[in-house]
Write a protein that binds this ligand. Structure first.
Ligand SMILES: O=c1[nH]c(=O)c2[nH]c(=O)[nH]c2[nH]1
Length: 313
C-alpha cells in the first residue's frame, strides 16, 4: 500500500463581479458570481510545496475581473467560455478548467411610468446559472456548456392531481384530484457543442444566441407547468424537459430538480367552516424531491459536463 494524490483542482471561488455598460446614458448592468477551478500539472504543489506551476488564485481573480472589461460580460455562457479557454490555452501547466457562474438579474426602476436609465431594482426571481468545462489544448480541445436556472418559484392553484399511487401499511396519504402544485425549480440544460467548421473552444460558439435561448427555455418550462394538467410532479418535469428539447435543437439534455412544496388543505371543520380548496398550510419541510433527466437518445456523450466542481464539495 502507498498513499497517492488523487484528482485535484484549485481556483478562486465566488468572485462577485458587477459589470456596468455606460456607453450611453441608458446603462446596462450584469451582476455575477464567478468561480474558477484549474486542473493540470499541480502535483508538486501538493506533494512538496513547489509553486512553480501554480498560477495564483489571486491571478485567476484578476483575470476574471479584467475579462469583464476586455472581453465583455453580457451572456454568462460566452464569458465563461472565454475565461475557461484562456486559462487552458495560455497557461502552460493548465490542462482543464471549470468555470461556474451565477447571475443575479436587475430590472429598471420605473419612475413616473418610465424605465429609469441607471436605477435598478433587484429581481426577486430566478438565478441564472452556467457551468463551462474546458479540457485539452489546441485541436484536441473540448468544451462543454451547461446553462440553467435555480430558485424559479412557480405555483398553480389547480390543474394538478395525485392518485392511484402504490399503498402499503404505512400509507396514509389521501388521493387528490385537485391540489396546489408548487416548486422552486432547478433546471440545467446541456448544450450540444457545435462541431462544424472544425472550430474549438469559444470560437465554436461564435454568434450563438445565448440570451434568446435562455429566455425561450425559461418561458417554455413555465408554459408547460401552467398548461399541462398534471397527474404528478414527475410527469410535469418530464413534459417540461421534453418541450425544451423539441423547441431547442442546440440542447441535448435537461436535468430538473424540483422540491414538491406541499400545500396542505387546512382543517377548518372545528369552526364549522367548509374549506373548498381555499385555505392551505404552506409547509416548508419535509418536502418531496423529484429529480429527472430528459435527453435525446442520440445526445453526444456528457463527458465531464455535469461534474459540478469536479465532484468536490
Ligand atoms: O407529484 C407527486 N409525486 C410524488 O411522488 C408524490 N408523493 C407524495 O406524497 N406526493 C407526491 N406528489
Amino acid at each position: 500500500m502507498s498513499i497517492v494524490l488523487g484528482p485535484h483542482q484549485y481556483g478562486k471561488a465566488e468572485n462577485r463581479i458587477v459589470r456596468v455598460y455606460r456607453d450611453s446614458p441608458r446603462h446596462e448592468i450584469h451582476d455575477v458570481n464567478v468561480s474558477t477551478a484549474l486542473r493540470g500539472a499541480f502535483d508538486p504543489a501538493h506533494l512538496v510545496g513547489d509553486q512553480g506551476a501554480v498560477l495564483p488564485t489571486d491571478t485567476q481573480k484578476q483575470t476574471a475581473y479584467s475579462y469583464a472589461k476586455e472581453k465583455g460580460l453580457t451572456s454568462i455562457e460566452k464569458y465563461g467560455l472565454e475565461l475557461g479557454t484562456h486559462f487552458v490555452d495560455d497557461v502552460e501547466p493548465v490542462s482543464g478548467a471549470r468555470i461556474e457562474i451565477e447571475e443575479y438579474a436587475w430590472e429598471r426602476a420605473v419612475v413616473d411610468g418610465a424605465e429609469h436609465d441607471f436605477a435598478f431594482v433587484r429581481k426577486g426571481q430566478e438565478v441564472r446559472t452556467a457551468a463551462i468545462t474546458v479540457e485539452g489544448k489546441g485541436d484536441e480541445q473540448k468544451t462543454w456548456v451547461v446553462g440553467g436556472l435555480k430558485d424559479l418559484v412557480i405555483l398553480k392553484t389547480t390543474g394538478s392531481e395525485f392518485h392511484g399511487f402504490l399503498k402499503d401499511e404505512y400509507t396514509v396519504l389521501q388521493p387528490t384530484s385537485d391540489r396546489i402544485m408548487a416548486t422552486s425549480l432547478v433546471a440545467k440544460w446541456r448544450f450540444i457543442t457545435p462541431t462544424e467548421g472544425g472550430a474549438t473552444g469559444a470560437a465554436a460558439w461564435e454568434g450563438f444566441d445565448w440570451e434568446g435561448t435562455y429566455a425561450g427555455i425559461k418561458q417554455t418550462m413555465i408554459e408547460v407547468f401552467a398548461t399541462l394538467h398534471s397527474l404528478a410532479l414527475q410527469q410535469t418535469l418530464y413534459e417540461m424537459g421534453k418541450a425544451v428539447l423539441e423547441r431547442f435543437p442546440a440542447i441535448g439534455e435537461v436535468r430538473l430538480s424540483a422540491p414538491n412544496k406541499h400545500h396542505f388543505l387546512y382543517d377548518l371543520s372545528p369552526f364549522g367552516v367548509a374549506n373548498d380548496n381555499e385555505v392551505f398550510n404552506a409547509d416548508d419541510r419535509p418536502y418531496g424531491l423529484i429529480q429527472a433527466s430528459v435527453l435525446r437518445s442520440d445526445a453526444p456523450d456528457a463527458g465531464p459536463a455535469w461534474d459540478i466542481a469536479g465532484g468536490f464539495a
